[in-house]
Design a protein around this ligand. Structure first.
Ligand code: SDX
Length: 428
């Protein structure tokens, strides 16, 4: 029983509701009995004031720009951990001992191949299909191949499905890229790291030996860490809602991929680089800043702003640093990076962005790095989906294992016609 109570006055009558406290962050007013007590719903269309669940996975303090995964700051994980270790942490709650990490990595590597018939799915797409369209289709199709692990009430089934999804996403994403450029698919090489294997499947060809560049592998692995999970964002909430009906994990992740594709969400990394390229030179920045501020212009600074962060997105800080590391390792540069730096500085010094607390988010610099590594912009969101899969499956597991879990079914404020009788067409 919650010690703290809150009181709501509805229509002149006072109603008490428990206040629940987490380990950190805002308390919540438990309104599960509000409709039963008052006959009224709450109204929160964008869920700006709504906690949809209880979770122990990721904590964000938007005002302070803090992001923790199982309590560990994203900056420390990005600098000191590996994506495989972060996957273990998200799924199991604690950092692994070396043997536990080795065993986990080995297990994941044993699921990197796709059923050979899944390769045929790619041939059904046009060559110019967006990789996210392919990801939605192929990941959803996995449901048809793993009848041995779709009993979501069985923890072992949930575990192998989670491992399969984490392991196969790099293969599926790399195959989407290969298909788009007409090159043959590359089978996984499990002698490589998770991320090295992905780079080889993406950029290697059967005709030549592929050498993984350590600095690129490290940068890519860090980018995966930065995208692993992010509390109850739109795509994670989609996965939770789909999973609440008992849908199988592959279908739920496919739903998450579909939601992530939107330019307001995971599609922003692709839009942000396209925007930076459209801006081109720094002298054109003021024009775009003014457009972003113009209420009558739908243009927004892509990669800027965030529902939760009203401070600098800590992931963007690491991302900006990683740009410099990749440029140095590959001995490349891109004038778009200078444009991005100057755009950030100009925006952060503009009263509009200051008042609305708009800062660069994870998507602002990621495209610059991915482009330098060799990915086309159309692959950027597919890479986001690849990395976010561990967050989605961890959140899905947490929800399904919650004994209090029920199907998500919001209500509405109805503003349509009240009841009326049908009028035959010859009397209208
Ligand atoms: C991700 O939720 C997550 O955690 C997501 C994510 C994750 O890891 O899962 O962090 C990944 O999706 C990052 C966000 C990527 N999207 C973009 O970069 C697209 C550009 N950003 C915006 O579309 C916007 O900032 C959102 C969608 C990210 C957040 O929108 P909100 O919280 O609904 O806020 P809002 O749109 O109501 O904006 C508040 C105000 C508005 O002005 P007013 O109506 O109050 O006058 O700020 C303005 C907006 O017009 N605004 C912007 C802006 N973002 C918000 N103005 C110009 N440029 C922008 N980028």
């Amino acid at each position: 029983m919650a010690d703290k109570q809150s009181q709501l006055n509805v229509g002149g009558e006072a109603f008490d509701f428990p206040v629940l406290e987490g380990s950190t962050g805002p308390d919540v007013v438990d309104i599960r009995k509000l409709y039963g007590s008052t006959g009224k719903f709450t109204f929160d269309p964008g869920y700006k004031s709504t906690a949809s669940c209880e979770s122990a996975l990721t904590y964000i303090d938007g005002a302070e720009g803090i992001l923790l995964h199982r309590g560990y700051p994203i900056g420390q994980l990005a600098e000191q951990s590996s994506f495989m270790e972060v996957c273990y942490l998200m799924l199991n709650g604690e950092l692994p001992q070396q043997q536990e990490l080795d065993d986990f990595s080995w297990t994941i590597s044993r699921h990197t191949m796709l059923h050979e018939q899944l390769a045929s799915f790619y041939k059904g797409f046009r060559r110019d299909a967006h990789p996210m369209a392919i990801m939605c289709g192929v990941v959803g199709a996995l449901s048809a191949f793993y009848h041995d692990s779709t009993d979501i009430s069985d923890p072992e089934h949930r575990k192998i499905s989670s491992h399969r999804l984490i392991a196969k996403m790099p293969t599926i994403a790399a195959m989407a890229y290969k298909f788009s450029i007409g090159q043959p698919f590359m089978y996984p090489d499990n002698s490589l790291s998770y991320t090295g294997n992905f780079l080889r499947m993406t950029f290697g060809v059967p005709a030549e030996r592929y050498e993984v560049v350590p600095a690129v592998e490290k940068a890519m692995d860090r980018i995966f860490i930065l995208h692993a999970d992010h509390e109850q964002n739109a795509s994670t909430s989609t996965v939770r809602l789909a999973g609440s009906s008992g849908a199988n994990p592959f279908a739920c992740i496919a739903a998450g991929i579909a939601c992530l594709w939107g330019p307001a969400h995971g599609g922003a990394n692709e839009s942000a680089l396209n925007m930076l390229r459209e801006i081109g030179t720094p002298d054109r920045i003021p024009h775009y800043i003014e457009r972003a501020k113009d209420k009558n212009d739908p243009f927004r600074l892509m990669g800027f702003g965030h529902r939760v962060y009203k401070n600098y997105d800590p992931r963007a800080t690491v991302m900006q640093k990683t740009v410099r590391e990749v440029f140095e390792a590959l001995n490349v540069t891109d004038p778009v990076f200078e444009t991005a730096l100057q755009l950030e500085e100009m925006a952060l010094n503009d009263p509009y962005f200051q008042e609305k607390k708009l800062f660069p988010n994870v998507d602002f610099y990621s495209g610059v790095i991915l482009s330098a590594i060799g990915f086309p912009t159309t692959m950027f969101t597919a890479l986001f989906a690849l990395a976010r899969t561990v967050g989605w499956v961890a959140q899905w597991n947490e929800m399904i294992s919650d004994p209090g879990q029920v199907i998500g079914r919001p209500r509405q404020l109805y503003t349509g016609p009240t009841q009326r009788d049908y009028v035959p067409v010859d009397q209208r």
